[in-house]
Structures are given as structure tokens and as C-alpha cells.
Design a protein around this ligand. Sequence first.
Ligand code: FAD
Length: 375
Amino acid sequence: MLHNAHTQQFIDFCKQFATKYIRPNVLAWDKAGAFPKWLYEELGKAGFLGMQIPEEYGGTALDYHTYTQAIIEISKVCGSVGLFIAAHNSLVSRHIVQFGSDMQKAKYLPQLASGEYLGAWALTEPSAGSDAVSLQCNAVFDGNSWVLNGSKIFITQGASAQVVVVLAKTGNEKNNITAFLVEKGTKGFSAGKPLDKLGMKACETVQLFFDNCIVPDSNRVGNAGEGFRQAMQILDGGRISITALSLGIAKGAYQIALQYAKQREQFGKKIIDFQATGFKLSQTATELYAAELMLKDACAKKDAGLSTTKESAMCKFFASELAVKTANDAVQILGGYGYTTDYLIEKYYRDAKLCTIGEGTSEIQQLIILKEIWK
Ligand SMILES: Cc1cc2nc3c(=O)[nH]c(=O)nc-3n(C[C@H](O)[C@H](O)[C@H](O)COP(=O)(O)OP(=O)(O)OC[C@H]3O[C@@H](n4cnc5c(N)ncnc54)[C@H](O)[C@@H]3O)c2cc1C
């Protein structure tokens, strides 16, 4: 079981889990475009699904540094599992922990921690992506309950989740957005088929539909109109977990490439001894070190209760672009073998790209950083 412990023992536990349960199945899950049910149970038992949940609700309440180490170790082996864990913990559980009522916490957090419930977090819409404030999905109060109409797109685990945090417009003013907890099976709530994607294939991504979907007022999260502010705070934490996801993918790709370059010989030499190859690896090693330090600093600030809007955007921007570059270099270092599925490196290449898009594109991170440094 996972616990706060900044020791090699903790990292070893995560490594062992990934080696035993994930590594042998990575390609099969990617081809199937889904995870098996037993994976959620094992992740829950090991504590990976309650890392942001207080102990009184069955979680382990890991500090950010420890939490992100777990995401890094899992994502080194499989980005899809890393993405699922990051979204489940940082977006869904964290939203309920930070803004939910005592009743909502007692009702949902223990199941989310054990893996009995999967969670999803739904902000993005077909016509409101980067411009998240212009949501069309709306909720109208009828005196007793809220009536939701509209749709969401690209929602991680949206069809499998038992509970979805849904952000909906609740007034005409631009920021008048409210968060609701919508349970699977609620009348008027449905999910589309999993979207076929470039990478992160085993981690489900779907469209959600709300057609006069009635949600009790007790499932409103916080006050009406506070949802946008809540979402932005949640994304500050979420971007730290996407940094860890990016770092895990980058490290995994780098390790495969390094190993290969030390063994593969051409022209009578190890290919690492050709500077064109060796310098790619030495530059990546340096950039990984820089990304790790950035992540460590953002985690320390988050754990100290400070605002991390700037740091979260900076480390997500840096690490996600690094993941794409590292995976690209790794495919190149493996040559033709890198282009096949034999070494799995093509999967790192496909998975990495999501990191520069999800939870705000690289361009949006740059806008946030610019806004912060303008202050
Ligand atoms: C696999 C996957 C999982 C996801 N999971 C979730 C989830 O669980 N929950 C959820 O709510 N969302 C999720 N998303 C959605 C994701 O957060 C959005 O895709 C992302 O925020 C971008 O929105 P968009 O796709 O509408 O692109 P757009 O906003 O249409 O952007 C298109 C392009 O225009 C650029 N652009 C837009 N505005 C500006 C600007 N002002 N300045 C400069 N460039 C700009 C963007 O950077 C991008 O390059 C997921 C997406 C994917 C692919």
C-alpha cells in the first residue's frame, strides 16, 4: 500500500507494481483500446486511486512530491495508465476533496479510493476547448433540482465512470459556471463510444450527453457560480500531475533508447559513440534533470499551500514538450526497430503527444505564463 515516504522503498514499490501488473500487458491493452476490470481493482488495492484522498475517507493523502513519483514510475511503463491515474486523482477526487460537502465526500471518496468507483471530470465541449469559459452545457434550477442540457467531449473514462464532475453554465454572466456530480445511470445522461485516438489508446476518451438530465441540488459542488474558479484551481494541481505523466513517458523512452544505443553496433562501433546519437542522449539527460527540479519545486510550493498557477503552467509546458522531443529522438535512435512495436518505443511517441494538449495546450500554458509574468 502506498504511503508518504520519500524513500527509494516507495519508488521500488511503484516499480514492482508496474513490472508485475502493467508491463506484460501494455501492448495488448493498447491494441484492445481498453483496460481490464482487474487493473482498477489492483490499482485500488495498492493505493494508486486514493493518493489525493484523506485517510478518513480511505485514501493515503500523499504529499505532491510522493504522489508525482508514483505517476512517474507508472508512466515510465505505460502512459495510458498514468493518464488514467492522474485524471482520477488530480481532477475528480481532488475536486470533491477541495470543494465537496461532507455528505459528498462521505458518499463518493471511499469508493473512488478503492477503485469501486471510477471518476471523470468534464469541462471541455465541442465548441469550448481552450476557451473554457464559453461553455454551452447549461444547468437550470427548477426549484428542487438542476436540469442539465448540452454535451462534453474528450472526457477521460467518461463512459466507465460511476461519477462525473460536470462543469455547466448556470447564468448569463461569462464566469457563471457551477460544478455538479452526475452519477452514471442518471436519466438523461449518456456517453458516446470511445474515440479512436493517436495514442493513450487504452485510456477511454468519450463524448457525454445531457438531455434534460435531472441532478439533485445536493449534488451541486460548492456554491452556484463558483465552478470556473474551482476548475482553474483544480487544473493548477492537474498540470503538476501531467508534468509527472510527461516526465514518466520521457524517462521511459530515454531509458529504452540509452540501453539500445549502448548495445547496437554499426560501422564497428556502438551507436552511442557516434556523437549524433550520444549528444541526443546527453542533452535529454540534462533536460530531464531540469524538468525534475521544476516539478520538485512546484510540488514543494503546492504542499506549502501556495498558488502554483505560474509554476504548474511552466513545468507542464516544459515537460510535455520534452516528452514529445525525447520520444521522437528515441524512435530515431532505434532506427527501423523503433518504428515497429518490438521495443514499444512507437507507443511512447504516440502517447507523449497528448501531454502537450490535455489540461491546456502548450500555447495556453504560454499564455498563462505570460499573464503571470506581466503582473
Ligand atoms: C486524450 C484526451 C483526454 C482528455 N481528457 C479530458 C478530460 O478528462 N476532461 C476534459 O474536460 N477535457 C479533456 N480533454 C480535452 C483537452 O483538455 C482539450 O482538448 C484541450 O484543452 C484543447 O481544447 P480543444 O481540443 O478544443 O482545442 P482548441 O481550443 O480548439 O485549440 C486548437 C488549437 O488552437 C490553439 N489555440 C486556441 N486558443 C488559442 C489562443 N488563445 N492562443 C494561441 N493558441 C490558441 C490551441 O493551442 C491548439 O493548438 C482531453 C483531450 C484529449 C485529447
